[in-house]
Write a protein that binds this ligand. Structure first.
Ligand code: DSN
Length: 406
């Protein structure tokens, strides 16, 4: 059995080497992050927090978790951070659990507009089922309409507002969101999962001076192991001095058991890597690459939303997003099908694809490489039903990737 697992891992590694990765939430972690994740730390249970564990043998684990927390606080400029959430969804659920009572009203961006399921997507999610939820959209250009949001928030008076995105190619105006939330006394939560690395690199404004709580996954643009953090800002603490304690209690024992210390160590390694000048250059290159790729695709005549960050949406006909993503996969280019602003299809059969540059920028790609990729995409789309041509592109993609390392 383990032979089979290792054989499949070997195959997946070969796949990762031979395809172009443009899913904006994916990245390639460093050897050191991998070392931390694959270390003996996976053997240890450590329910509780440093100095307050429910198991013996945690003195070293305490030191590790404290180190990671201190590095994270320094990196994002926040007074408090919890690094135990298993991933972004449990982190967001812990925030709701900490701050609200079931049935309270929450407000977040619609999934179809580029928001996230955990921001109150109705009925089928934790937030949508146990809270009263109202959702905001985007205008025809795909941008948040701050006037409309102001009207919605004044009418609905939510207790908590999410600002966070998974498919939004524009800069978020934290000050405006903070004025809107302030007008009804709502908690304001920034979920920066997609843009955390860009915030650290200084190529997207930081929400820290404007919001009460920041959540984020740690494996997207931040390039760490899979996990998440919840940070409380000075503003948040000034509204409720017990906020940090409430978040801690909501994560453990509220939502989770033992933290995954190996992943937490990997997050610490990534925090350290993100403190370097090289990471700032990486963040800039991610955005420059995305801009060049978007411009090239526009020059080819594609309808592109974006970009001011690491991603863009490309619109095709209703329902054609999926077929396009599948054809690109056959050509060795990995994207995901996605809804676009004003979507008329469904989530399973939408009109668009989502493209991002974090992973290929980690591999060392620059602007000229983006032009090459745009060319591959154009040819694949023009030959969407031509298996022979898609196979030909796949071979060219493989040879193009030889000079890049994983
Ligand atoms: N799955 C992530 C993404 O692809 O954006 C969001 O959770």
């Amino acid at each position: 059995m383990s032979d089979m697992v290792f054989e499949l891992i070997r195959k997946e590694k070969a796949r990762q080497k031979s395809q172009i990765h443009l899913i904006p939430s994916e990245n390639f972690v460093s050897e050191n992050v991998l070392k931390a994740i694959g270390s003996c730390l996976t053997n240890k249970y450590a329910e509780g927090y440093a100095g307050r564990r429910y198991y013996q043998g945690n003195k070293i684990i305490d030191e590790i978790e404290n180190l990671v927390v201190e590095k994270g606080k320094e990196l994002f400029g926040v007074p408090y951070m919890n690094v135990q959430p298993y991933s972004g969804s449990p982190a967001n659920e812990a925030v709701l659990f900490a701050l609200l009572e079931p049935g309270d009203k929450i407000c977040g961006m619609k999934l179809s507009a580029g928001g996230h399921l955990t921001h109150g997507h109705p009925k089928i999610t934790f937030g949508g089922k146990y809270f009263d939820t109202v959702q905001y959209g985007v205008n025809k250009n795909g941008k948040v309409d701050y006037d409309e949001l102001t009207r919605l928030v004044k009418k609905e008076k939510p207790k908590l507002i999410w600002v966070g995105t998974t498919a939004y190619p524009w800069i978020l105006d934290w000050k405006k969101f903070s004025e809107i939330a302030g007008s009804v006394g709502a908690w304001l939560i920034a979920d920066i999962s997609h843009i955390a690395g860009l915030v650290v690199a200084g190529v997207h404004p930081s929400p820290v001076d404007y919001v009460d709580v920041v959540t984020s996954t740690t494996h997207k643009t931040l390039r760490g192991s899979r996990g998440a953090f919840i940070a409380v800002t000075k503003t948040g603490l000034s509204k409720d001095s017990k906020l940090a304690r409430k978040i801690d209690k909501a994560v453990f024992p509220g939502m989770q058991g033992g933290p995954h210390i190996n992943n937490i160590a990997g997050i610490g390694v990534a925090f350290e890597e993100a403190s370097n000048l090289k990471f700032k250059q990486y963040g800039k290159q991610v955005v420059n690459n995305a801009k060049v790729l978007a411009d090239e695709l526009k020059n080819f005549g594609f309808k592109v939303f974006g970009t001011e960050n690491h991603l863009m949406l490309v619109e095709f006909g209703v329902g054609e997003g999926r077929k396009t993503a599948e054809a690109l996969d056959e050509a060795g280019i990995i994207v995901n099908y996605n809804t676009v602003p004003g979507e008329k299809g469904t989530a399973m059969s939408p009109s668009g694809i989502r493209i991002g540059t974090p992973a290929e920028t980690t591999r060392g790609m620059k602007e000229d490489d983006m032009k090459r990729i745009a060319g591959f995409i154009k040819r694949a789309v023009d030959n969407i039903d031509n298996k022979v041509e898609l196979e030909k592109i796949k071979k060219e993609v493989r040879s193009f990737l030889k000079k890049f390392i994983v």
